[in-house]
Design a protein around this ligand. Sequence first.
Ligand code: CA
Length: 734
Amino acid sequence: MRNLIWLAAAAAVLILVVVWMRDDSAAPTQEAAEAAAEAPAPKVALIDDERINNADSEPGSWLAHGRTYEEHRFSPLTSINRGNAASLGLAWYRDLGTNRALEATPIVVDGVMYFTTTWSRVYAVNAATGEDLWSYDPQVPKEWGRWACCDVVNRGVAVYQGKIYVASLDGRLIALDAATGALAWEVDTLIDRSLHYTITGAPRVAKGKVFIGNGGAEYGVRGYVTAYDADTGDQVWRFYTVPGDPSLPFEHPELEMAAETWKGGEWWKLGGGGTVWNAIVYDPDFDQVYLGVGNGSPWTRAIRSPGGGDNLFLSSIIAVDADTGAMNWHYQTTPGDNWDYTAVQDMALAEMEVDGQLRKVLLQAPKNGFFYVLDREDGELLRAHPYATVTWATHVDLETGRPVENPDSDYLDKPQWVLPGPLGGHNWQAMAVDVEAGLVYLPAHDVPFFFSMAKEWRDTGVYKPNPGSWNLGVQLAEVSQLINDNLDSRPQPLGYLKAFDPLTGEEKWSVEHPHYWNGGVLATAGGLVFQGDALGMFTAYDKDNGEVLWQFNAQVSMLAPPVTYEIDGEQHVSILTGSGGGELFSGETAPSPASLTYGNFGRLLTFKLGGGAALPAPTSVDRSIPEQVLPEMAAEDLMRGERLYNTYCSLCHGVFARSGGAITDLRLLSEERHALFNQAVLGGLYANKGMASFADSLVVEDVSKIQAFVRFRAYEDREVALGNQEEPRLSWLN
Ligand code: CA
């Protein structure tokens, strides 16, 4: 009887999955901007190349993404220093009306702070008070959120010649008047809007041009970077990072050489990957732009390029001429990428004495675990010391410039844990460079992943891309079982802040964080390193030894890098709060990140010496799991539900149905919300929050199985919480 009732209920209601987000209601109004646009706007934010090149002459500003073209994120300001950091306090805060992740680096110029929030929204606020000047909402179609692998984030604006540049999640590059927020121009950067491109990165500007790439490799796209005229939005050049369909002509000559390194297979049908979703850095010394190139699509080379080959320019740093986009040199960090090892991480430019010779160098810690020092003139490899735990390779051979893979770690025939995992040893969270000390302050982590070739490929030798989800070439549908079955041998996920010497590979000091997924870094001449962490602590460390000099409990997890600036002679430090992404494959809830404990509040926090403002008292979120109405379901159907959940839902809602905090934890759904499961998954009920309909991929029967899996997972974790059983059952697959 119960069985029948359930079946009737399931058939009638049907519900489930994927992206069910919490309220995200703050859409900035544009009325102020429109009203202001009628009056002639004063010229503000007149940043140009010269001003950025001379950034140290106005240390109170933060003119560009990494402060200067060199992107050291090291401020010359010293008013806040070792001696007085203990008296830092909150000056003001600004609620931003979102509980999705914030990742932007604010730009501060002429007393105004410009930054972005979720859905590519732009804010201009008074940098002294946080008061709104204007805001702009590019009205990203919310269904596009489904294609944002790691939340609907944005890493910031560029400011140049009185304009503010932002790239929208759905692939547009937008120029706004800095004084009013009025639209100056907008271009569509996408080569094909039916493909699942997203943009989360900050544009960079130099020499009258705006440079922007995109993301989406896991969804089957082909990476490229485009330069636009900063004044007009006209396209100047475009550089594709991987070759396209070989039956068509090459778009530019570099691709002919690249195509020779792709062998067999039909990579172009899955785009090939190589997206440039984060770092693009202009080098005034050589008048070239460095592109940090992402991983392959799919991840596995045996599927992507079965005849072998390096698969240029995946996982590479490419130097192109700033005016023409012609390639000057390239260096590939991970030839034949097989692990999602992007080289999109931030790049810093410096001059360093290497082996007795002063060299102009580029510094990068890509995902693959090695810290690269390259000569900027020709891309010559100078150093590549490991900065995190590395099992996929033994070392990088400085003679050949290539990593030496560890045959024992090859997962082609032997599924296993590999370090780093797809989160990398370092991800997009920015590092800071301290040239004087010869150190980088690096947010690093050891988060393993259990790599196993996709089951269908192992069974049949054929891999069929899935247009509705990630295409990895490794097992995704069975990810929960793989983790569960191999928990005993899993290296513990850990997070660090490291003071790392890129020339010697030595760690001067290292702070171990309770959680692995922490924020970007700011360093200052005041002797401080600032970083926000997963547990909600915003900390100033002594840059000489890692000693904690000051801490503020922000009550929310942080990923964004802090910035510092000066107003009327007073130094300020600002950071955006709220975490997201990255909880994809850990399935961990302990130690609980602050965003789970208190809620994922998107805020802008600003500190100064003697600041006396306070945040509202935190309230712990009720995370008790409601009693579950368990369906009667055949084991094979429940297992099918788990596979579908892993394929379509886990990317946002978390493996084992355990959310990381930014996106709804489905175990906590009330019966009222369970009743809407089907409307949410197939009907697009929450499309305006980014939970698009999955009717293109799932049918009603699928949804009932996914919902059942969620209920069983919830039941297990509830039983453990109630003390009725010791261990939860994590997977039903076999
Ligand atoms: Ca990737």
